[in-house]
Ligand binder design. Sequence first.
Ligand code: WTA
Length: 650
Amino acid sequence: MSSSDQIESLLKEGRVFEPNPDFAAQAHVKSAAEREELTRAAREDPEKFWAGIAGDLHWFEPWSEVLEWKVPFAKWFVGGKTNIAYNCIDRHCESWRRNKAAIIWEGEPGDSRVLTFADLQREVSKCANVLKGMGVEKGDRVGVYMPMIPELAITILACARIGATHSVVFGGFSSDALRDRMNDAEAKVVVTADGGFRRGGVVDLKVNVDKAIDECPTVESVLVVRRTDSKVAWKEGRDVWWHDRMAEADDVCPAEPLDAEHPLFILYTSGTTGKPKGVVHTTGGYMVHTYATSRWVFDLKDEDTYFCSADIGWVTGHSYLVYGILANGATSVMYEGAPNYPEPDRFWQIIDKYGVSIFYTAPTAIRSFIKWGSEWPRKYRLDRLRLLGTVGEPINPEAWMWYHREIGHERCPIVDTWWQTETGGILVTPFPGATPTKPGSATLPIPGLEMEVVDKDGNKVGANQGGFLVIRRPWPGMMRTIYKDPERFKQQYWSQVEGSYFTGDGARQDEDGYFWIMGRVDDVMNVSGHRLGTMEVESALVGHEAVAEAAVVGRPDEVTGQAIEAFVSLEGHHQASDELAEELRKHVAKEIGSFAKPAKIRFADALPKTRSGKIMRRLLRDIASGKETVGDTTTLEDLSVLAKLRDDEE
Ligand code: WTA
């Protein structure tokens, strides 16, 4: 399906699903009127509104001011002292939840562990003491490059407990990508594992760490969890085993009272340049935002078993597998491996086995489930499910309907949640007991959020007109800056439309005020829900000696949302060949990670450019998506001719 087909079908979508009355009756927010009342209160006095929610949580010292706003720099809960790990763990250990499951974990080989809140308190405290013993102090950065095992959640919570800023790098990134991020963050310690299990094989994380850390002067030591029992190289004096240190560590480590604006984590994300941005989130506002949205959107109750299939290497795992969910005292299910290992029914098996009641996943995963066939979920009892969610990319109405029918059995509301690494938490979403849903629309902004669709001059456009999605006022979970680069933060997010936050997404608002997200309007791709910059892949390609120039575009793909297609011109003495195409794909995997491998490489004598020398991306996108017929050869010699025909358009 091409993107214009997708937009076309979204424009035609007219179905409305009213909240299920049984669901609504028991929900935290029970009706549209109740949601409107929250929205009204938040609009009238946003500071009072957010302060009211913050009051549910534990603060060592109260704030003196809810919001200090010096565009574009926000401070929330100024002067307040709190600790997010305390609110996710200790707060519950003071209640009957002490022996309630906090994390239910399943490894890919089928092993399983359950950690109660009290277990988590002990493990996190031990880990915090281990990190301290390695010289980690409040304010230091700790790099985390791990498989989806409980130790990953324990590590980030331990950092939060002592005020070390964690920077998790998704385990699918290459050693080069890890090196660049660790150097930018100036990490003191890296926590990793010997390896992780994925699709029946072993991912050698420690090998990548060894390669990366050789070129990371700030990293003093590496803490290694034994997971796969793989043979690993060992550097005495630098590498230490997790199990050795944990065995000796004291299991008491009180949570440090931290300033509300103390940096909680840095998470690198792709932008429009070749260099990923270190998105900085702080403690108090992020905690309040993820806590509140987890409650409104997932309607968390003490009886729930919640399963988010995202990796903690991405923001969804930070906010809605760990922080927001545990802050509510809910049980979070964590799975290590692939959804189709050993068979394409693994998620349904997990949902059946643990009695999952809330399931949060990505549209790209749903499209894979559809491809694998409805017979897989039909083998399992999914009757404990009561709520479904999606995140990461626009969901096409067909996928929405399949999810509704085959997984939700037409009983479960679906929450399509729009947000970004930068926003910290969910911003546009249905409330499951309150908001009528329309397949393909993320519906309405959360209370307190002023969001608009505008033209390039920043003027609000009319109903059903497309434009840029912007936010007019600060919200608690918003990113505070780009690490070490406040100028770039200002320029990239707050100067496109003066004084407003620019999301980089295109959208329209329908006659009911519902938002329909149309996807990125900048050079950012979304491949299987993974965010990637075209420039990042281009700079990886031109780093190869055979490549003179490269242009990368995302083309629509039925399963992955977008697929990467690269147009490459070669240095004089190199010849285009299938072997070279394969070599270039491998080169990108080495530079960034396998998930960034172009689906297709097309060689061209020269890349088409406008008179002013800009690469004609729109033409390349049309070629990649088959709208411009150039034959299906991988070598395009006549691009310059096409370019001449189109020169005036770009
Ligand atoms: C896209 C993921 C449509 C969007 C949490 C955004 C969505 C980017 C949705 C952020 C949705 C996310 N509907 N598009 N429900 N959710 N997106 O930083 O383009 O990995 O800008 O954060 O994903 O991706 P990121």
